[in-house]
Design a protein around this ligand. Structure first.
Ligand code: ADP
Length: 399
């Protein structure tokens, strides 16, 4: 209903007393039986219904937007042009340690205690502009990037909305990557420096000293082998991590796989007088694994059980099926691992005893490779150990 028709219906429905013409206070009578009055009432009723529908739709829209902002992974805060909080989603509320309800209506600086955040909000309100944080922001152990956008309605500035992007994981990955590059460079540099040193010594005259020359060449050969192992392990790890190697899982007996892994160490086991035995009643013991990568896991664990064992020590390879999985345990009687290092030995390049590991040709990647492979089999690998007594590495495979 237009304002004009409303007004004309209203005029027709009213009867003015003569006093109006005489400039006295008006007595207005309504002819409730007139058609105009009925039309007017209907119009008012229609308009009220329409307004109520529109208000309901607007409320629904508002609820939808609030629900959307509430379920966002990013932190969101909306403030009016005075800096009062109109909305604060639960994610941001958690990070700044307030309740969204109590924050509502307060000034942002009463609720947010971070100087950088507040400075950015203040600048965004002052300049009515879009701004981003230049440096990472730290709120309760999380790292954020913040972007503030101005809100205009009919070209009038209403306030600002700030979105906080949690970049903690990205930062962690970046840190891991740079640590990894630093570690790899260091690992490659150590044997290379040694090789270059001995080549230099040979060139400077040691070549004529037959006995020493042979010794130096053996060292060069050892260091080159270490480099080769390291590069080989790095490639394996990168292929598993990038998931470029397809695994072909098949049901097969565990024991022949264990025999194959053990075969790599036959000579060392004999030369060091290590006693080795298998324990397990279920034969065959079926496991659903990719043959090549699973033998690699067993070989890496057996390699450590030997490397960190004492001469004439013992290794037991035990396997059994429980209600929900197959459990494989490889136990040695070696040097053991201190409690504080136990949870870290599956990390790339983590070594408990650095000199001992390098001495034995370890790349520091063996257990990390094993862990990745087992996780791709939906299993898990764990370690327990008693210092100076020995270590048990347990592999759990879903059955
Ligand atoms: P490495 O090539 O150095 O052996 P790994 O990733 O296989 O690398 O193992 C990581 C570290 O965990 C080793 O350097 C060693 O300090 C420790 N470790 C692993 N297995 C054993 C074990 N059976 N006994 C004692 N220490 C072990």
């Amino acid at each position: 209903m237009s304002l004009f028709s409303f007004w004309s219906d209203l005029k027709k429905a009213l009867t003015y007393s003569k006093d109006v013409c005489e400039g006295k206070p008006a007595n207005v009578y309504v002819d409730v039986k007139s058609r105009s009055f009925r039309k007017l009432v209907n119009n008012i009723r229609d308009t009220a219904a329409k307004l109520s529908r529109e208000a309901e739709a607007a409320q629904e829209e508002k609820n939808r937007i609030l629900a959307m902002m509430g379920s966002m992974n990013e932190g969101v805060i909306a403030i009016d042009d005075d800096g009062r909080i109109l909305f604060l989603n639960p994610v941001l509320a958690t990070f700044i340690g307030v309740s969204p309800v109590t924050a509502h209506g307060k000034f942002y600086w009463e609720v947010i205690r971070d100087l950088q955040v507040n400075q950015l909000l203040e600048k965004a309100l002052r300049e009515k502009a879009m701004l981003s944080s230049e440096d990472a922001l730290f709120l309760t152990n999380h790292v954020f990037e913040m972007r503030v956008s101005p809100v205009f309605s009919n070209e009038t500035f209403q306030g600002s909305v700030a979105v906080f992007y949690d970049i903690t994981q990205i930062r962690k990955f970046e840190k891991h990557r740079s640590e990894f590059v630093a570690n790899v460079s260091h690992e490659l540099k150590t044997p290379l420096t040694s090789i270059m040193g001995f080549v230099e010594t040979l060139k400077e005259g040691a070549l004529d000293d037959k006995e020493n020359a042979r010794r130096f060449l053996t060292i060069i050969e050892d260091q080159a082998t270490k480099l080769h192992t390291l590069i080989d392990d790095l490639l394996k790890l990168s292929r598993i991590e990038a998931q470029t190697t397809e695994l072909h899982h098949q049901n097969q007996d565990l024991w022949p796989l264990a025999e194959k892994a053990l075969a790599y160490f036959d000579k060392t086991i004999k030369s060091r007088g290590i006693r080795f035995r298998f324990e397990g009643l279920e034969k065959p013991l079926l496991v659903n694994v990719d043959t090549k990568s699973f033998i690699q896991v067993l070989a890496n664990v057996l390699d450590n059980a030997l490397k960190y064992n004492h001469d004439n020590g013992e290794i037991v390879f035990k396997a059994k099926r429980t209600a929900k999985e197959v459990v494989i345990e490889i136990t040695d009687t070696g040097v053991g691992i201190p409690d504080e290092d136990l949870s870290r030995i599956f990390e790339r390049f983590y070594r408990v005893d650095k000199s001992r590991s390098r001495e034995t040709g370890g790349s520091g990647l063996g257990l990390s490779i094993a862990k990745h492979i087992i996780e791709r089999h939906n299993g898990r690998i764990e370690a327990r150990s008693t210092l100076s007594q020995g270590t048990t590495i347990s592999i759990y495979l879903p059955s």
